[in-house]
Ligand binder design. Structure first.
Ligand code: URA
Length: 210
């Protein structure tokens, strides 16, 4: 991908995102909208997948027809909110392999600490799409991508619903090779690291916790 940051301005994405931002939107509707937006974002993040052709037979004649080539996909969900995006992306790419990275924030050092890491084999040969709805400070996403690189990943995209300028900047500094696809570049982070205007805590809103 040419750009470090792609904001998907498609009317359907923007309309659904507005519904998700509204605080009165229920958990069930929030989750459904996230799945729908994830499918639309997946369309964009896979736009430059390599193609080849193969010979097929239609009911009328033989023809050369386009088909995906080469690298297999690996989707990696950054727990727990990543799972909401993952569901939609998987709907569109059901044969993708799936991995999970679990991180929590150490309250003293404020640094992300890994508690779970399970990714598909042969990561080096795969196009990896890491998913996490909120790119806020970037601490956990950037760390998750460092772990994926340590596991061999070389071709990584980052898919999120909302990005803050601070997180985009940090991702660019640490992982300039990783392109970001998002539905919105929001204004800023507040003093406790929430995206403004944002949509609140994505995990809480999709799973109904608080
Ligand atoms: N994580 C969230 O869920 N929401 C934010 O606004 C920032 C980080």
């Amino acid at each position: 991908m040419k750009n470090h940051l792609t904001v998907v301005n498609h009317p359907l994405v923007q309309h659904k995102l507005t519904l998700m931002r509204e605080k009165k939107t229920s958990t069930a509707v929030f989750r459904q909208l996230l799945k729908e937006i994830a499918m639309l974002l997946a369309y964009e993040v896979t736009r430059d997948l390599e193609m080849t052709t193969k010979t097929i037979e239609t009911p009328l004649q033989e023809t050369e027809s386009p088909t995906l080539k080469g690298k297999k996909l690996a989707l990696v969900s950054i727990l727990r909110a990543g799972n909401g995006l993952l569901d939609g992306v998987l709907e569109l790419i059901p044969s993708a392999r799936v991995g999970f990275v679990g991180l929590y924030r150490d309250e003293e050092t404020l640094q992300p600490v890994q508690y779970y890491f399970k990714v598909p084999t042969e990561l080096t040969d795969r196009r990896v799409i890491a998913v996490d709805p909120m790119l806020a400070t970037g601490n956990s996403s950037v760390h998750a991508i460092t772990l994926l690189k340590e596991a061999g990943a070389k071709d990584i995209r980052f898919l999120c619903l909302l990005a803050a300028p601070e997180g985009v900047k940090r991702m660019k500094e640490v992982h300039p090779d990783v392109s970001i696809v998002t539905a919105s570049l929001d204004e800023r982070l507040n003093e406790v690291g929430y995206i403004i205007p944002g949509l609140g805590d994505a995990g809480d809103r999709m799973f109904g916790t608080k």
